[in-house]
Design a protein around this ligand. Structure first.
Ligand code: SF4
Ligand code: SF4
Length: 440
Protein backbone atom coordinates (compact mmCIF):
# COMPACT_ATOMS: atom_id res chain seq x y z
CA UNK A 1 0.00 0.00 0.00
CA UNK A 2 1.34 3.45 -0.88
CA UNK A 3 2.08 5.57 2.18
CA UNK A 4 -0.08 8.69 2.22
CA UNK A 5 1.65 11.98 3.04
CA UNK A 6 -0.20 15.16 3.87
CA UNK A 7 2.83 17.45 3.39
CA UNK A 8 3.31 18.52 -0.23
CA UNK A 9 5.32 21.02 -2.23
CA UNK A 10 3.72 23.72 -4.34
CA UNK A 11 6.33 23.71 -7.10
CA UNK A 12 5.58 27.13 -8.54
CA UNK A 13 6.05 28.82 -5.15
CA UNK A 14 9.37 27.10 -4.39
CA UNK A 15 12.39 29.32 -5.10
CA UNK A 16 14.95 26.64 -4.25
CA UNK A 17 16.35 28.73 -1.38
CA UNK A 18 17.35 25.57 0.59
CA UNK A 19 16.00 26.94 3.90
CA UNK A 20 13.92 23.82 4.47
CA UNK A 21 16.59 21.17 3.90
CA UNK A 22 18.47 21.87 7.12
CA UNK A 23 15.39 21.85 9.35
CA UNK A 24 13.98 18.52 8.25
CA UNK A 25 14.58 16.04 11.12
CA UNK A 26 14.81 13.03 8.82
CA UNK A 27 16.88 14.67 6.04
CA UNK A 28 13.97 14.06 3.69
CA UNK A 29 14.37 17.15 1.48
CA UNK A 30 16.75 17.83 -1.39
CA UNK A 31 16.83 20.80 -3.74
CA UNK A 32 17.53 19.78 -7.32
CA UNK A 33 17.24 21.91 -10.44
CA UNK A 34 16.04 24.85 -8.38
CA UNK A 35 13.14 23.10 -6.67
CA UNK A 36 12.70 21.27 -3.36
CA UNK A 37 11.87 17.59 -3.53
CA UNK A 38 10.56 15.47 -0.62
CA UNK A 39 11.87 11.91 -0.35
CA UNK A 40 8.54 10.30 0.52
CA UNK A 41 9.84 7.27 2.44
CA UNK A 42 11.72 9.53 4.84
CA UNK A 43 9.04 12.14 5.48
CA UNK A 44 7.24 11.91 8.85
CA UNK A 45 4.87 14.83 8.11
CA UNK A 46 6.13 16.77 11.12
CA UNK A 47 5.43 20.10 9.40
CA UNK A 48 8.80 21.70 10.19
CA UNK A 49 9.22 22.61 6.52
CA UNK A 50 5.77 24.25 6.48
CA UNK A 51 6.80 26.40 9.42
CA UNK A 52 10.17 27.34 7.97
CA UNK A 53 9.47 28.00 4.28
CA UNK A 54 9.55 31.77 3.68
CA UNK A 55 7.68 31.32 0.40
CA UNK A 56 4.82 29.19 1.75
CA UNK A 57 5.71 26.49 -0.77
CA UNK A 58 5.04 23.61 1.65
CA UNK A 59 1.41 22.84 2.46
CA UNK A 60 -0.63 20.15 4.23
CA UNK A 61 -3.39 18.46 2.30
CA UNK A 62 -6.35 17.06 4.23
CA UNK A 63 -10.10 16.69 3.79
CA UNK A 64 -12.39 19.65 3.16
CA UNK A 65 -15.87 20.37 4.50
CA UNK A 66 -17.32 19.10 1.20
CA UNK A 67 -16.41 15.54 2.37
CA UNK A 68 -19.17 15.81 4.99
CA UNK A 69 -21.69 15.27 2.18
CA UNK A 70 -20.57 11.62 1.93
CA UNK A 71 -22.33 10.82 5.22
CA UNK A 72 -25.85 11.21 6.59
CA UNK A 73 -24.68 11.99 10.13
CA UNK A 74 -21.45 13.91 10.70
CA UNK A 75 -19.55 14.13 13.99
CA UNK A 76 -16.73 16.62 14.60
CA UNK A 77 -13.80 15.47 16.73
CA UNK A 78 -12.04 18.66 17.84
CA UNK A 79 -8.48 18.16 19.15
CA UNK A 80 -8.05 19.48 22.71
CA UNK A 81 -5.98 22.39 21.35
CA UNK A 82 -8.79 23.41 18.94
CA UNK A 83 -10.60 25.60 21.47
CA UNK A 84 -7.42 27.62 22.19
CA UNK A 85 -7.69 29.17 18.72
CA UNK A 86 -10.98 30.91 19.45
CA UNK A 87 -10.67 31.66 23.17
CA UNK A 88 -11.25 35.30 24.04
CA UNK A 89 -13.88 35.54 21.30
CA UNK A 90 -16.39 33.15 22.92
CA UNK A 91 -16.74 30.70 25.82
CA UNK A 92 -15.82 27.02 25.59
CA UNK A 93 -19.37 25.77 24.99
CA UNK A 94 -19.99 28.30 22.23
CA UNK A 95 -16.68 27.42 20.57
CA UNK A 96 -17.69 23.75 20.54
CA UNK A 97 -21.15 24.70 19.29
CA UNK A 98 -19.61 26.63 16.37
CA UNK A 99 -18.78 23.26 14.80
CA UNK A 100 -22.53 22.73 14.36
CA UNK A 101 -22.66 25.89 12.23
CA UNK A 102 -20.30 24.50 9.57
CA UNK A 103 -22.18 21.29 8.80
CA UNK A 104 -21.63 18.89 11.69
CA UNK A 105 -24.57 17.20 13.46
CA UNK A 106 -22.71 16.43 16.66
CA UNK A 107 -19.41 16.96 18.45
CA UNK A 108 -17.29 14.44 20.34
CA UNK A 109 -14.41 16.08 22.22
CA UNK A 110 -11.10 14.28 21.75
CA UNK A 111 -10.29 15.62 25.25
CA UNK A 112 -12.85 13.15 26.63
CA UNK A 113 -11.19 10.22 24.85
CA UNK A 114 -7.81 11.52 26.09
CA UNK A 115 -9.02 11.07 29.68
CA UNK A 116 -9.96 7.45 28.93
CA UNK A 117 -6.49 6.87 27.38
CA UNK A 118 -4.84 8.51 30.43
CA UNK A 119 -6.74 6.21 32.80
CA UNK A 120 -5.73 3.13 30.76
CA UNK A 121 -2.11 4.33 30.59
CA UNK A 122 -2.04 4.74 34.38
CA UNK A 123 -3.23 1.16 34.80
CA UNK A 124 -0.77 -0.10 32.17
CA UNK A 125 2.22 1.65 33.78
CA UNK A 126 1.30 0.23 37.19
CA UNK A 127 1.68 -3.32 35.87
CA UNK A 128 4.55 -2.73 33.42
CA UNK A 129 7.86 -4.50 34.12
CA UNK A 130 9.57 -4.16 30.71
CA UNK A 131 12.20 -1.82 29.31
CA UNK A 132 11.87 1.80 30.45
CA UNK A 133 11.04 4.49 29.66
CA UNK A 134 7.85 3.87 27.73
CA UNK A 135 7.16 6.55 25.13
CA UNK A 136 3.76 8.04 24.30
CA UNK A 137 2.22 7.33 20.89
CA UNK A 138 -0.04 10.39 21.01
CA UNK A 139 2.13 12.47 18.65
CA UNK A 140 2.35 10.66 15.29
CA UNK A 141 5.33 12.78 14.19
CA UNK A 142 7.30 11.40 17.14
CA UNK A 143 6.17 7.85 16.30
CA UNK A 144 7.35 8.41 12.70
CA UNK A 145 10.64 9.85 13.94
CA UNK A 146 11.23 6.74 16.05
CA UNK A 147 10.35 4.45 13.13
CA UNK A 148 12.77 6.23 10.79
CA UNK A 149 15.65 7.45 12.97
CA UNK A 150 15.44 5.41 16.17
CA UNK A 151 14.09 2.02 15.03
CA UNK A 152 15.52 0.26 18.11
CA UNK A 153 13.06 2.23 20.28
CA UNK A 154 9.81 1.05 18.63
CA UNK A 155 9.39 -1.60 21.32
CA UNK A 156 9.27 1.18 23.94
CA UNK A 157 6.25 2.88 22.39
CA UNK A 158 3.21 2.59 24.64
CA UNK A 159 1.04 -0.03 22.88
CA UNK A 160 -2.26 1.80 23.39
CA UNK A 161 -4.57 3.55 20.97
CA UNK A 162 -4.41 7.33 20.62
CA UNK A 163 -7.07 9.79 21.81
CA UNK A 164 -7.88 10.65 18.17
CA UNK A 165 -8.58 7.03 17.19
CA UNK A 166 -10.46 6.30 20.40
CA UNK A 167 -12.58 9.43 19.98
CA UNK A 168 -13.51 8.27 16.45
CA UNK A 169 -14.59 4.90 17.81
CA UNK A 170 -16.57 6.29 20.77
CA UNK A 171 -18.21 8.95 18.57
CA UNK A 172 -19.31 6.31 16.07
CA UNK A 173 -20.78 4.20 18.88
CA UNK A 174 -22.63 7.24 20.25
CA UNK A 175 -23.82 8.24 16.76
CA UNK A 176 -25.17 4.73 16.20
CA UNK A 177 -27.00 4.80 19.55
CA UNK A 178 -28.40 8.32 18.99
CA UNK A 179 -29.60 7.83 15.42
CA UNK A 180 -29.98 4.12 14.76
CA UNK A 181 -28.00 4.62 11.54
CA UNK A 182 -25.50 2.00 10.35
CA UNK A 183 -21.75 2.73 10.67
CA UNK A 184 -21.33 3.55 6.97
CA UNK A 185 -23.82 6.42 7.25
CA UNK A 186 -21.91 8.02 10.14
CA UNK A 187 -18.82 10.11 9.37
CA UNK A 188 -16.30 11.11 12.06
CA UNK A 189 -13.97 14.05 11.29
CA UNK A 190 -10.93 14.98 13.33
CA UNK A 191 -10.06 18.70 13.32
CA UNK A 192 -6.29 18.58 13.17
CA UNK A 193 -3.65 20.95 14.53
CA UNK A 194 -0.87 19.36 12.43
CA UNK A 195 -0.08 17.46 9.23
CA UNK A 196 1.20 14.41 11.14
CA UNK A 197 -2.30 13.74 12.47
CA UNK A 198 -3.80 14.14 9.00
CA UNK A 199 -1.43 11.41 7.84
CA UNK A 200 -2.08 9.25 10.92
CA UNK A 201 -5.83 9.52 10.34
CA UNK A 202 -5.35 7.97 6.90
CA UNK A 203 -3.00 5.16 7.97
CA UNK A 204 -5.04 3.02 10.37
CA UNK A 205 -2.28 3.41 12.93
CA UNK A 206 -1.63 0.35 15.13
CA UNK A 207 -4.33 -1.63 13.37
CA UNK A 208 -7.04 0.59 14.90
CA UNK A 209 -9.55 2.26 12.54
CA UNK A 210 -9.36 6.03 12.94
CA UNK A 211 -11.64 8.87 11.87
CA UNK A 212 -13.31 8.88 8.44
CA UNK A 213 -11.72 12.22 7.58
CA UNK A 214 -9.22 14.73 8.91
CA UNK A 215 -9.77 18.44 8.34
CA UNK A 216 -6.83 20.83 8.86
CA UNK A 217 -7.79 23.43 11.44
CA UNK A 218 -6.42 26.24 9.29
CA UNK A 219 -8.79 25.18 6.47
CA UNK A 220 -11.96 25.80 8.52
CA UNK A 221 -10.72 28.55 10.82
CA UNK A 222 -12.44 31.30 8.81
CA UNK A 223 -15.77 29.39 8.59
CA UNK A 224 -15.76 28.75 12.34
CA UNK A 225 -15.03 32.41 13.09
CA UNK A 226 -17.95 33.49 10.90
CA UNK A 227 -20.45 31.31 12.79
CA UNK A 228 -18.99 31.85 16.26
CA UNK A 229 -21.09 34.81 17.44
CA UNK A 230 -24.40 33.08 16.68
CA UNK A 231 -23.27 29.55 17.60
CA UNK A 232 -25.44 27.46 19.96
CA UNK A 233 -23.85 26.30 23.21
CA UNK A 234 -22.67 22.71 23.19
CA UNK A 235 -22.32 21.14 26.65
CA UNK A 236 -18.67 20.35 27.35
CA UNK A 237 -18.13 16.71 28.43
CA UNK A 238 -14.41 16.71 29.31
CA UNK A 239 -12.37 18.13 32.18
CA UNK A 240 -9.08 19.98 32.68
CA UNK A 241 -7.29 16.61 32.49
CA UNK A 242 -8.54 16.06 28.92
CA UNK A 243 -8.10 19.60 27.61
CA UNK A 244 -4.59 19.69 29.12
CA UNK A 245 -3.48 17.29 26.37
CA UNK A 246 -3.52 20.27 24.02
CA UNK A 247 -0.23 21.52 25.43
CA UNK A 248 3.05 20.05 26.54
CA UNK A 249 2.86 18.46 30.00
CA UNK A 250 -0.91 17.97 29.85
CA UNK A 251 -0.78 14.27 29.02
CA UNK A 252 1.57 13.54 31.94
CA UNK A 253 -0.53 15.66 34.30
CA UNK A 254 -3.59 13.68 33.30
CA UNK A 255 -1.84 10.30 33.81
CA UNK A 256 -0.24 11.33 37.12
CA UNK A 257 2.87 9.75 38.65
CA UNK A 258 6.35 10.49 39.87
CA UNK A 259 8.80 9.72 37.08
CA UNK A 260 7.12 11.13 33.96
CA UNK A 261 9.11 13.38 31.65
CA UNK A 262 7.80 15.71 28.96
CA UNK A 263 9.66 17.10 25.98
CA UNK A 264 8.42 19.25 23.11
CA UNK A 265 9.85 20.55 19.85
CA UNK A 266 11.18 18.02 17.35
CA UNK A 267 14.85 18.86 17.85
CA UNK A 268 14.55 18.54 21.64
CA UNK A 269 12.74 15.24 21.13
CA UNK A 270 15.68 14.05 18.99
CA UNK A 271 18.10 14.92 21.83
CA UNK A 272 16.06 12.92 24.34
CA UNK A 273 15.60 9.92 22.02
CA UNK A 274 19.34 9.91 21.29
CA UNK A 275 19.99 9.63 25.02
CA UNK A 276 17.40 6.88 25.47
CA UNK A 277 19.02 4.96 22.62
CA UNK A 278 22.35 5.35 24.42
CA UNK A 279 20.84 3.76 27.55
CA UNK A 280 20.01 6.90 29.57
CA UNK A 281 16.70 7.75 31.29
CA UNK A 282 16.07 4.17 32.45
CA UNK A 283 14.83 5.55 35.76
CA UNK A 284 12.04 7.40 33.93
CA UNK A 285 8.69 5.58 33.63
CA UNK A 286 7.12 7.45 30.77
CA UNK A 287 7.97 10.10 28.20
CA UNK A 288 5.37 12.45 26.75
CA UNK A 289 7.06 13.65 23.56
CA UNK A 290 5.48 16.18 21.22
CA UNK A 291 7.05 17.33 17.97
CA UNK A 292 5.59 20.83 18.01
CA UNK A 293 6.87 23.63 20.23
CA UNK A 294 4.65 23.80 23.32
CA UNK A 295 2.69 20.72 22.16
CA UNK A 296 -0.37 20.73 19.88
CA UNK A 297 -1.07 24.43 20.58
CA UNK A 298 2.09 24.97 18.48
CA UNK A 299 0.95 22.69 15.63
CA UNK A 300 1.97 23.74 12.13
CA UNK A 301 -1.70 24.16 11.11
CA UNK A 302 -2.69 26.31 14.06
CA UNK A 303 -3.39 29.97 13.50
CA UNK A 304 -2.57 31.61 16.83
CA UNK A 305 0.80 32.24 18.40
CA UNK A 306 1.54 29.05 20.41
CA UNK A 307 2.34 30.88 23.66
CA UNK A 308 -0.86 32.89 23.49
CA UNK A 309 -2.80 29.72 22.60
CA UNK A 310 -1.31 28.00 25.65
CA UNK A 311 -2.45 30.83 27.91
CA UNK A 312 -5.92 30.84 26.36
CA UNK A 313 -6.30 27.09 26.78
CA UNK A 314 -5.41 27.35 30.48
CA UNK A 315 -7.88 30.20 30.95
CA UNK A 316 -10.71 28.37 29.19
CA UNK A 317 -10.10 25.25 31.25
CA UNK A 318 -10.56 27.21 34.50
CA UNK A 319 -14.33 26.83 34.22
CA UNK A 320 -14.05 23.03 33.91
CA UNK A 321 -14.01 20.29 36.54
CA UNK A 322 -10.68 18.50 37.04
CA UNK A 323 -11.96 15.40 35.25
CA UNK A 324 -14.82 14.50 32.96
CA UNK A 325 -16.62 12.61 35.73
CA UNK A 326 -18.04 9.36 34.48
CA UNK A 327 -15.95 8.12 31.59
CA UNK A 328 -16.88 5.42 29.10
CA UNK A 329 -15.33 1.98 29.62
CA UNK A 330 -14.53 0.97 26.05
CA UNK A 331 -15.91 -2.48 25.37
CA UNK A 332 -12.66 -4.12 24.39
CA UNK A 333 -9.22 -2.99 25.49
CA UNK A 334 -7.20 -0.21 23.85
CA UNK A 335 -4.22 -2.32 22.75
CA UNK A 336 -2.64 -1.64 19.36
CA UNK A 337 -0.53 -3.88 17.16
CA UNK A 338 3.25 -3.29 17.54
CA UNK A 339 4.67 -0.36 15.59
CA UNK A 340 7.12 -1.50 12.91
CA UNK A 341 10.41 0.28 12.16
CA UNK A 342 10.87 2.09 8.83
CA UNK A 343 14.67 1.87 8.53
CA UNK A 344 14.81 3.96 5.35
CA UNK A 345 18.09 5.60 6.37
CA UNK A 346 19.93 2.25 6.04
CA UNK A 347 22.33 2.22 3.09
CA UNK A 348 21.47 -1.37 2.13
CA UNK A 349 19.32 -4.18 3.50
CA UNK A 350 22.28 -6.55 3.06
CA UNK A 351 24.78 -6.09 5.92
CA UNK A 352 27.95 -6.69 3.86
CA UNK A 353 26.76 -4.29 1.14
CA UNK A 354 25.79 -1.72 3.78
CA UNK A 355 29.28 -1.91 5.32
CA UNK A 356 30.94 -1.49 1.91
CA UNK A 357 28.71 1.52 1.16
CA UNK A 358 29.46 3.00 4.59
CA UNK A 359 33.17 2.76 3.82
CA UNK A 360 32.63 4.51 0.47
CA UNK A 361 30.45 7.12 2.17
CA UNK A 362 33.20 7.94 4.68
CA UNK A 363 35.87 8.13 1.97
CA UNK A 364 33.65 10.39 -0.12
CA UNK A 365 32.76 12.58 2.85
CA UNK A 366 36.46 13.07 3.65
CA UNK A 367 36.90 14.72 0.23
CA UNK A 368 34.11 17.24 0.89
CA UNK A 369 34.82 20.53 2.68
CA UNK A 370 32.71 19.81 5.81
CA UNK A 371 31.04 23.24 5.75
CA UNK A 372 27.48 21.87 5.52
CA UNK A 373 26.56 24.93 3.45
CA UNK A 374 23.65 23.26 1.64
CA UNK A 375 24.55 24.81 -1.73
CA UNK A 376 24.62 21.33 -3.27
CA UNK A 377 20.93 20.87 -2.38
CA UNK A 378 21.64 18.21 0.27
CA UNK A 379 21.35 19.19 3.94
CA UNK A 380 24.98 18.41 4.90
CA UNK A 381 28.26 17.17 3.46
CA UNK A 382 27.49 13.77 4.97
CA UNK A 383 24.11 13.55 3.23
CA UNK A 384 25.69 14.62 -0.07
CA UNK A 385 28.22 11.79 0.38
CA UNK A 386 25.31 9.45 1.10
CA UNK A 387 23.46 10.67 -2.02
CA UNK A 388 26.62 10.08 -4.10
CA UNK A 389 26.99 6.53 -2.74
CA UNK A 390 23.30 5.89 -3.49
CA UNK A 391 23.91 7.13 -7.07
CA UNK A 392 21.60 10.13 -6.63
CA UNK A 393 24.23 12.90 -6.79
CA UNK A 394 27.82 13.48 -7.88
CA UNK A 395 30.78 15.05 -6.15
CA UNK A 396 30.78 18.03 -8.51
CA UNK A 397 27.39 19.03 -7.03
CA UNK A 398 29.59 20.50 -4.28
CA UNK A 399 30.60 24.01 -5.37
CA UNK A 400 33.97 23.70 -3.61
CA UNK A 401 34.83 20.40 -5.28
CA UNK A 402 33.66 21.85 -8.60
CA UNK A 403 35.77 24.99 -8.11
CA UNK A 404 38.86 22.91 -7.30
CA UNK A 405 38.18 20.70 -10.34
CA UNK A 406 37.88 23.83 -12.54
CA UNK A 407 41.09 25.28 -11.05
CA UNK A 408 43.06 22.09 -11.81
CA UNK A 409 41.53 21.99 -15.28
CA UNK A 410 42.39 25.65 -15.87
CA UNK A 411 46.02 25.02 -14.86
CA UNK A 412 46.18 22.08 -17.24
CA UNK A 413 44.73 24.25 -20.03
CA UNK A 414 47.29 27.00 -19.38
CA UNK A 415 50.04 24.41 -19.33
CA UNK A 416 48.78 22.95 -22.60
CA UNK A 417 48.49 26.42 -24.15
CA UNK A 418 52.17 27.03 -23.44
CA UNK A 419 53.18 23.89 -25.27
CA UNK A 420 54.16 24.19 -28.98
CA UNK A 421 54.18 21.41 -31.58
CA UNK A 422 57.61 19.65 -31.66
CA UNK A 423 58.38 21.25 -35.08
CA UNK A 424 58.13 24.76 -33.57
CA UNK A 425 59.66 24.06 -30.18
CA UNK A 426 63.04 25.71 -29.49
CA UNK A 427 65.89 23.56 -28.21
CA UNK A 428 66.47 23.87 -24.51
CA UNK A 429 68.64 26.90 -23.67
CA UNK A 430 68.13 28.13 -27.27
CA UNK A 431 66.41 31.32 -26.23
CA UNK A 432 69.23 32.18 -23.84
CA UNK A 433 71.90 31.88 -26.55
CA UNK A 434 69.62 33.88 -28.91
CA UNK A 435 69.27 36.59 -26.31
CA UNK A 436 73.02 36.67 -25.82
CA UNK A 437 73.45 36.98 -29.62
CA UNK A 438 70.95 39.85 -29.82
CA UNK A 439 72.65 41.82 -27.10
CA UNK A 440 75.90 41.98 -29.09
S1 SF4 B 1 12.22 26.65 2.04
FE1 SF4 B 1 12.28 24.82 0.78
S2 SF4 B 1 10.24 24.67 -0.08
FE2 SF4 B 1 10.45 26.73 0.69
S3 SF4 B 1 11.14 27.91 -1.10
FE3 SF4 B 1 12.94 27.28 0.04
S4 SF4 B 1 13.57 25.36 -0.93
FE4 SF4 B 1 11.46 25.76 -1.56
S1 SF4 C 1 7.18 17.35 6.92
FE1 SF4 C 1 8.94 17.10 8.31
S2 SF4 C 1 9.86 15.17 7.66
FE2 SF4 C 1 8.49 15.79 5.99
S3 SF4 C 1 9.82 16.91 4.57
FE3 SF4 C 1 8.88 18.42 5.96
S4 SF4 C 1 10.38 18.69 7.60
FE4 SF4 C 1 10.92 16.79 6.55
Amino acid sequence: MEYFHSVRLEQDKCKGCTNCIKHCPTEAIRVREGKAHIIQERCIDCGECIRICPNHAKIAVGDGLETLALYRYRIALPAPAFVSQFAGRAGLEQILGSLLTVGFDDVYEVARAAEVVARTTRRFLAGYRGKRPLISQACPAVVGLIQVRFPSLVEQLLPLTTPMDLAARLAREKGRADTGLPDEAIGTFFISPCPAKITAGRQQHGGVPGPDGVIPLAAIYGDILKGLAAAPAYACRAGVAGYGWGQSGGENASIGGQRLLEVDGIHHVIEVLTRIEAGDFQDIDYIEAQACPGGCVGGALMVRNPYLARLELRQLARCLPANAGELPEPGNNLATTPVQPRPVLQLDADLAAALEKMHRLETTQALLPGLDCGSCGSPSCRTLAEDIVRGEAQDTDCVFVLRERVRVLAEEVVELARKLPPSMAKPEGGSNSENQGNSN
